[in-house]
Design a protein around this ligand. Sequence first.
Ligand code: GAL
Length: 709
Amino acid sequence: MSSEVWPLPGAIAYGGDYNPEQWPRHVWDEDVTLMREAGVNLVSVGIFSWAKLEIEEGVYDFTWLDELLDLLHGHGIAVDLATPSVSPPAWFFAAYPQARAIDADGVVMGFGSRGMASHASPEYRSAIVQMADQLAERYASHPGVVMWHVHNEYGVPVGEDFSEASVAAWRNWLQHRYQSLENLNAAWGTAFWGQYYRQWDHVVAPARTPTVVNPAMKLDWARFTDDQLRECYRLERDAIRAHATQPITTNFMAHQSWNTDLWKWAQEVDIVSDDHYLWSPDPDAHVALALSADLTRSVAGGRPWILMEHSTSAVNWQGQNIAKRPGEMQRNALTHLGRGADAIMFFQWRASRSGAEKFHSAMLPHAGPSSRVFREVTELGHRLGRLGELQGGRTRAEVAVLYDWESLWAQDLEWRPSDDLAFRERMRTYYERLWRDGIAVDFAHPSADLSGYRLVVAPASYLLTAAAAENLTRYVADGGTLLVSCFAAAVDENDAVHPGGFGVPLQTALGVSVQEYLPMRTGETCQVDFNGHTLTTDVWTEDLTLAGAEVLGHYRGGPADCAPAITRHRHGSGTGWYVSTRLDLAGLTPVFQAAYADAGLTPAGHPEGLEVMRRYVRDEPDTPAVAPTERPRAEHASTEHAPTADADREATGTTEYVIAVNHRPDAATLKVPGTDLFTGELIDGELTLPGGSTAVVRTQEPITHPQPR
Ligand code: GAL
């Protein structure tokens, strides 16, 4: 992100959703005073304010918002102004009851919550455009408005919609995609179970049916839903753009979203922003947080992004809402920052007294400014205030993890060989292996240019198109190392098995294909003998057909007893690995070690639980930031092609920042000479991080001229 697009050049943004319409006027004065005390410089305003702005159809009241924006601006707090399209007012649904969304069971969504409108409703679409137009016309030139926030978290709580308008849009969408019913029948395989269509108006939406719905139809329905939501976004964005020049965004939910293909969404926003909430039952939820942050940065093409929402402490919508313990909020925030976020924002500024979210934490909790949470919020704000020089900094990674929402949608459909093998679980476990090894990763779409990466990992590529498989095969032929997990390349873009069988499109790269999937009973385990290690595995095994690969691991016990389990294949100047079973974190350790060796990568070797991230800022502000293709290979790699960290720095003229987060209860040390930006102290060689603490270090003064070797 060049600083021109960043709404607060040279500063890390800090703040949260601000919903002052829930409070009497005098509270606003206290709010802005406390915001300043806490170092807040950006707030999102108006996300749920439609009912207060358009009091009846076509009758607007902007007086309170005028006053609020002036107040914030007067106190030096910038505004990310939202359109309220996620929460149409009561009068809207009374006037247009047909604009309510309908679920797969035919249940009409009632008023009294949020997000219940049909994305296909012409009345809804027209109303959101008018609202966006009114807001943008009025506030485009307000000096306090630095960016626009369209809607809130597309796809939740309502993504799929089975209303009449939506089904009509679905038929149009299908006609556009397939041109003829013949093409649709072929893509959906409608010869199966006698689903053949001879008339477009016989094509229905995949609502409740007696048994499993045609999976190709369901997959298209997911694509359609995603497209519809994006159409709504574009309508509002374009209405704003007609008046305003500030960057426009909408808040994603990276690894926690289902309905939205973020590779596509990221193309539509000026700045990517993301919301992330810890999943309480997960004791290592900070690993999922890191995954989500890396995924967000990756869909943003490496550019800095906005953490639009996270929580200061507990949320309120999980079974058990676990409060964050002292220091945890700061660790979470610093992990987002270390993985590319240039804004650290929360839901929400002041805790709501009423409504569904009164037990949700906030920057200013019910207990007020003398609370632990507010003290920590203020400390974090002041610390981020010292990190302005990091703004715009890029990250670098030599490993790409393949992530494709279409594969997630397809693998989540019913009637798979085993319910126990899941996209999200595989993604997390493979990512966690890399996280624990201290290896920086990007995520990539399987069709992306992967040539800048030493290692490409495919944890969950159930759906892989022939074109994407060719891309991966070329990557290996050209010298890359590819590590593919089980159940890969089973189906094409129509959820149809690839001609020739499972895994066939990757056979050239991996030297193996799959005769039969051999899942295990829940709780059953077997062993894999690999490179002198005995690995325990569960859930899934496969009967492989070798096509040139060497066998490095055999099953011992289980349905594939004695058969190949883990293979390695030389293709061109690269290597393709295949892991045909569901190894856990420990089981993946020696497999990754071997793949790292092929790729010329060395794990960082930090103490367990010490998370170390790096960002790089170009010395000359006008030079474009480092593009993925310029990315130098292995900073700590041992191959002769890898530049050393110093040579790299000289070549690119960058300043390196190390962001360290100690998740351990006890102290950890890190060799990182430089300046501690929180304390201003020089670090003479080794930094000691007390248990639970964080640090940001400028590793050396900027080098503005290339140095002689
Ligand atoms: C988000 C949502 C916020 C708030 C928050 C609570 O998903 O965007 O408005 O509800 O969850 O955790």
